[in-house]
Design a protein around this ligand. Structure first.
Ligand code: 5RP
Length: 257
């Protein structure tokens, strides 16, 4: 890995702990003004101080994140369909030049293993990695879930491994039973997506288990910004990810807000 690649990746995955708390706020790229992100600037501003990185589209960076906000950006560069269409019908939508202009520390796109356009989305990843390597830009592969596919270790393990084989520098996936098997089969860091909003204690327990089973942290959205105490929740997630706090200890942090 060359200097620029390592330097950018270390802005996302913190060398102190080898872990990251990424805040995912890219949902609008196919969901529109979703709950909690209708006014993205208002939601994200108090959370920025506590996030190691934002996973976000270029339009929201330009309009809702101040250029002097001290937070690395991992830019979502894929899109196409909305929730009304076939979600796997994605292409690369944002250029590497744009990622560099926005001073991104990484770029991310989804692959849809087991869905209609799996082949095209995996090729998208390969092409993105080819280009990213030229500029020392880390690539995050988001293993999106085909509607028919079970979120189990076999399927998520397949998707994460394919992402790593294509050259992704880190991978995002969901927590599942036997998550450690997904980690074992994937030689690059895995960050856990939170998924739909669940009670805070459950989200913290899931985070604790994921980290214990080898996750390099989280790229979490709804379980933070849809919480009744978003700042408390992101602080609690940080305690689990970076400081090895238990879910119970972290819940105390969340409760204080
Ligand atoms: C959607 C994404 C989201 O960033 C991802 O789902 C993480 O957010 P959440 O924790 O809300 O699931 O990549 O494709």
């Amino acid at each position: 890995m060359d200097y620029g690649m390592k330097n950018r990746l270390s802005r996302i995955i913190k060398p102190r702990s080898g872990k990251t708390v990424m805040l995912a706020v890219d949902h609008g790229y196919f969901q529109g003004p979703t709950t909690g992100l209708r006014d993205l600037r208002k939601t994200v501003t108090p959370l920025v101080l506590h996030a190691d990185c934002l996973f976000i589209t270029r339009g929201m960076v330009r309009n809702c994140i101040d250029p002097d906000a001290d937070v690395p950006i991992c830019l979502r560069v894929s899109g196409g369909p909305s929730i009304l269409g076939e979600l796997s019908n994605e292409d690369i939508t944002t250029s590497m030049e744009e990622a560099l202009r926005l001073n991104a520390s990484g770029v991310g796109l989804s692959i849809f293993v087991g869905a209609d356009n799996e082949d095209r989305t995996i090729s998208n990843l390969g092409r993105l990695v080819n280009e990213a390597e030229r500029y020392g830009m880390p690539v995050l592969a988001v293993t999106a879930v085909g509607r028919e596919m079970a979120r189990d270790a076999r399927y998520l393990g397949l998707a994460c491994r394919i992402a790593a084989e294509m050259g992704a520098h880190f991978v995002k996936t969901y927590y599942c039973e036997d998550f450690y098997k997904v980690v074992e089969g994937c030689p690059v860091p895995i960050v856990m997506a939170g998924g739909k909003k669940i009670p805070e204690m459950d989200a913290l327990k899931m985070t604790e288990k994921a980290v214990k089973e080898g996750a390099s942290g989280v790229d979490m959205g709804r379980n933070i910004f849809q919480s009744d105490k978003p700042v408390g929740m992101i602080k609690a997630v940080r305690a689990v990810v970076h400081d090895g706090a238990s879910a119970e200890e972290a819940f105390e942090i969340y409760s204080k807000g």
